[in-house]
Design a binder for this molecule. Structure first.
Ligand SMILES: [Fe+2]
Ligand SMILES: [Fe+2]
Length: 191
């Protein structure tokens, strides 16, 4: 399935993140096109995908970019501000629910914010990161992102839910917190 970041093949972290940006755009299409009775579950899948993608960037890619690219701290701070704005919108939409009268309007605003953020990453962060890192470093980061995402699957296989413990449940903030916990575990970091 094209919206499962945990099964992606890209071995270079930049290629991997670009492919995830495309996946996020597809997931927005799915939510927009979902019939009203499927909209809530499509939105939940979008939130899971954004939770693992943004959290993997925050834990693995942005810290690396800070040290590697010109003006890295400023570039990363700008990206974190954008990510936090999107998270607030996600949280508001989750609280209002998929039947809220302004759901479509908020979804359009969220999409615009998330896509502008992805373009800024591509332009101001990823191009420089590719230029200032070795292939081995980028492979290492991709392995970290994939290991992290495998621990927080967006689509646990039916019947294995208890084994994989569908960790991404609850509100968007709860999902992001859980994604951060498992990513730190995958990286062998203390909480
Ligand atoms: Fe991001
Ligand atoms: Fe991104």
């Amino acid at each position: 399935m094209k919206t499962m970041p945990e099964t992606m093949g890209e071995s270079d972290v930049i290629d991997l993140l670009l492919a995830q940006h495309a996946m996020i755009r597809d997931m927005f299409d799915e939510v927009e096109q979902a019939p009203p009775d499927r909209r809530g579950e499509a939105f939940t899948r979008l939130v899971r995908l954004l939770a693992v993608h943004e959290t993997a960037e925050e834990e693995i890619v942005h810290p690396y970019a800070r040290g590697k690219i010109d003006g890295g701290d400023g570039v990363v701070e700008d990206r974190l501000t954008e990510e936090n704005e999107a998270k607030q919108l996600l949280q508001q939409m989750d609280q209002a629910g998929p039947d809220a009268p302004d759901f479509t309007e908020n979804l359009a605003a969220l999409r615009a914010a998330v896509e502008a953020h992805a373009r800024s990453e591509e332009r101001y962060e990823f191009i420089q990161l590719r230029a200032h890192t070795t292939e081995a470093e980028r492979r290492g980061m991709a392995a970290g992102v994939k290991a992290a995402e495998a621990m927080a699957p967006t689509h646990p296989h039916p019947g294995t839910e208890s084994a994989t413990k569908n960790v991404l449940v609850g509100t968007p903030v709860a999902m992001m917190d859980r994604a951060r916990d498992v990513i730190r575990q995958a990286l062998g970091k203390k909480h």
